[in-house]
Design a protein around this ligand. Structure first.
Ligand code: NAD
Ligand code: ZN
Length: 272
């Protein structure tokens, strides 16, 4: 690892400023959870293959709620069976070390950061969480835990009557939906911490972006705010992506490689 990068990480750690870690699906890839852009991204309904950008939409849920729930219950099964990897554990150690100087913004809905030890108070799950649901017709803003009576599914296994019963809104009886931000929906503060994420970005000394392809809006805005305010951007990803370019243009660094290997080295530099 480049000496200039290690020096910059040490310097950030010694200062008093905020450290923001922004993660995407890539950090969970080494735990066996497929990213959306990989070959595992497709879902077949009838004779047609759908992209996540089509499945994870309110439009699809309104037309075919059972199919959307089958897809989610299959993915929830994968996430529950997965374990946090060295990348998640390093991010949890960063929170333990830097306390209220630290904030995690994650696009992941898999809950692995919380299971690795990050606190809910310092984790903004800006795309929601698959372990929670809310009313599918918005009769209430309340968010509920996914009922334990709902069973996870094998690929394309249909819902049972018991699942359908347990997937009802406790207030109005309509079907609940996963508490996640879909591709045809907008960010907001109440569910997804939109304004808070941008406010914290403006205070960041360091933005560490990990495993995100930069295809979503709020993460890109967070990057631009940090760059504008002169914070250091360090990107970790095996592939070139918009955050790598953003880092390069603003005196930051692109660490090309898997997060499970790179993040522990970066934390070492911050602590030694
Ligand atoms: P993405 O699927 O668009 O991109 C994943 C990125 O991770 C790519 O840039 C890829 O190069 C990188 N990557 C792959 N392996 C890696 C590794 N070992 N270490 C570091 N990086 C690695 O993911 P995204 O940008 O997060 O956006 C996709 C959307 O899909 C988000 O809205 C997210 O909520 C959702 N999603 C979540 C999960 C999850 O919760 N685990 C999984 C898939 C998709
Ligand atoms: Zn309702």
């Amino acid at each position: 690892m480049e000496e200039r990068l290690l020096g910059a990480m040490r310097e950030v750690a010694e200062k008093k400023g905020k450290i923001v870690v922004l993660t995407g699906a890539g950090i969970s890839a080494e735990s066996g959870i497929p990213t959306f852009r990989g070959p595992e991204g497709f879902w077949t309904v009838g004779s047609r293959e759908y992209r996540p950008e089509e499945m994870a939409t309110y439009a699809m849920f309104s037309r075919n709620p059972d199919e959307v729930w089958q897809w989610y219950l299959y993915r929830i099964g994968i996430c529950r069976a997965a374990e946090p990897n060295a990348g998640h554990l390093t991010v949890a150690r960063m929170e333990a070390l830097f306390g209220d100087r630290f904030l995690l913004i994650t696009q992941n809905v898999d809950g692995l950061h919380l299971r690795a030890g990050n606190s809910l108070a310092r984790t903004f799950q800006i795309h929601g969480s698959i372990e929670f649901v809310r009313c599918g017709v918005d009769c209430t803003k309340e968010v509920f835990p996914l009922s334990p009576a709902v069973r996870v599914k094998k690929k394309h296994e249909p819902l049972s009557d018991g699942d359908r019963e347990a997937l009802r809104c406790p207030k109005c009886g309509s079907r609940v939906r996963p508490h996640v931000l879909w591709f045809d929906e907008c960010y907001n503060e109440e569910y997804y911490r939109f304004n808070s994420s941008l406010r914290i970005a403006a205070e960041a000394d360091l933005l560490l972006t990990v495993g995100t392809s930069g295809a979503t809006n709020l993460p890109m805005q967070v990057g631009h705010v940090v760059a504008q305010k002169g914070g250091l951007i360090v990107d970790v990803n095996p592939d070139v992506n918009p955050f790598a370019s953003m880092a390069g243009q603003n005196g930051g660094f692109f660490c090309q490689g898997p997060s499970g290997t790179i993040l522990p080295k970066l934390l070492d530099a911050m602590t030694n």
